[in-house]
Every structure is written in C-alpha cells, then in structure tokens.
Design a protein around this ligand. Structure first.
Ligand SMILES: CSCCC(=O)C(=O)COP(=O)(O)O
Ligand SMILES: [Mg+2]
Length: 228
C-alpha cells in the first residue's frame, strides 16, 4: 500500500524508550528544583508555564512536577515545560536523539511525514533538530526539513482519543481519505484510537517496549526497512 501520509509516534517507535526514561527525564528532573526556586530568573514563557500549575509553594510545586514525571503522566503543562528545559541540553550538545537508522531512512524516503507525540511540539522539533549522527558521535543531524508537521496533546488532544486523529486528519487535509494515512506507534491503545478514526495502523516492536499480549491483532514492524 502506498500511503499518502505517515504519522509517527516518537518514544518506542522512532527512538528507544530508554532514551526518554534514562536521558530526557533524568535531565529534566535534575533541573526542576533550580528552575522552580529561581523562577524570577526564567524567561517569560517558562514563568507562564509554571504559573499554569497554580501551586504557589515552591517545594510543593517541585514535588508535584517530579511526581508527574515519575508516574509518566502525560500532563500538557508538564510536557510544555519539558520542551523548554530540554532545549538547554540539546543546544549544548549534551543531548542527542538516537533515532533508529530505519526510522531515519523511512522519514527520508517519504515526502509527507508528520509526528504525533505526547512530547510537546517544541520537544519534538528539538529532537529532530538534534539526531545523533551514528558515523560521528560528536555530530548531530538536523532532520526538521524532512518533517511536514508536528502534533502533540496540546494541539490535537490525547493520543488514546480517536477525535485527536480526526483533528490531525483535518489539519493535514486527509479527512476524506483516512485509510491513506499510516499511523505507527508502540502503544496499542493509540493504534485502536487511530483505527477508529479510519487510519491505517502499524505496531512498532522495539527492544525495551512493553509486551503487547494480543500482538497478532496488529500489523507489526520490528523495523521500517520493508515499509513502503
Ligand atoms: C518529544 S520526545 C519526549 C517524549 C515524551 O515526553 C513522551 O511522553 C513520549 O511520548 P510518545 O507519545 O512519543 O510515546
Ligand atoms: Mg510511544
């Protein structure tokens, strides 16, 4: 099947879950106390995001944010904040995104690729702007020009809600032919929601992903080499 558009999840699909859990989250957790305690020194956007939590006490706010991270809560305010904190890590080259080689190749050979992740649009752009270069560990590759658009839980809604996929179909002007849009994710609940909206779906099977008991119900991809 020739798909007119691809919509790709990030964590567990185009990069390992371990990158998010062992690199991105710890980097963020380490910075949270300073960012909250020194709120007056943060830029206006970060101040506004912190204010949205509506918690005045700094220690309480720190504990609230850290609790969201440790329980992997896909909270829209948390996700916005993470993008701003990770920017420092990417811009200083401390963080580079280990996007799977087969995912890089897939993105390079399809001309209509979109991203839909719980990570904020800002975080997504940073990630694709700083993809680890496997041939030279000191370098990163900017893949942003290969991505046609980015969607997150703030722009489109929760990933397990089929309305979110309808919103995306409208945005990418594919609402009349949803079956020509392929959504790839490691999360069966997301695939079910996308399927309900009429999209074609594929389950990413990667090392470290959660085991899917009813794996035979899905079209599975251990890598994307043979896709398209
Ligand atoms: C944009 S990378 C940050 C990943 C993240 O915060 C996250 O929650 C990943 O969720 P996904 O929807 O990509 O599985
Ligand atoms: Mg995922």
């Amino acid at each position: 099947m020739n798909y007119s558009a691809l919509v790709l999840d990030i964590e567990g699909t185009v990069c390992p879950i371990s990158f998010v859990k062992d690199t991105l989250f710890p980097y963020f957790v380490n910075k949270v106390p300073t960012v909250v305690n020194d709120i007056d020194q943060q830029n206006d956007t970060v101040k506004q995001i912190l204010c949205q939590f509506k918690i005045d006490d700094k220690n309480e706010l720190i504990n609230h944010i850290l609790g969201l991270v440790s329980n992997d809560i896909k909270d829209p305010i948390l996700k916005q904040l993470q993008g701003y904190i990770w920017a420092e890590g990417y811009n200083s080259s401390e963080i580079k995104a280990p996007v799977y080689k087969d995912a890089i190749d897939l993105i390079n050979r399809h001309n209509n690729v979109y991203i839909y992740s719980s990570g904020s649009v800002k975080a997504q752009k940073l990630l694709f702007g700083h993809v680890a270069d496997t041939s030279d560990s000191t370098k990163s590759i900017d893949m942003q020009s290969q991505i046609n658009g980015y969607f997150d839980i703030n722009t489109s809604g929760a990933k397990i809600d089929s309305q979110s996929y309808i919103n995306i179909l409208k945005d990418i002007k594919m609402i009349d032919t949803p079956e020509k849009v392929l959504f790839l994710s490691d999360n069966p609940s997301e695939l079910e929601a996308a399927k309900k909206a009429g999209l074609a779906t594929g389950l990413a099977i990667r090392e470290g992903n959660a085991v899917v008991p009813n794996v035979n119900d899905y079209t599975c991809y251990h890598d994307f080499t043979k896709l398209l």
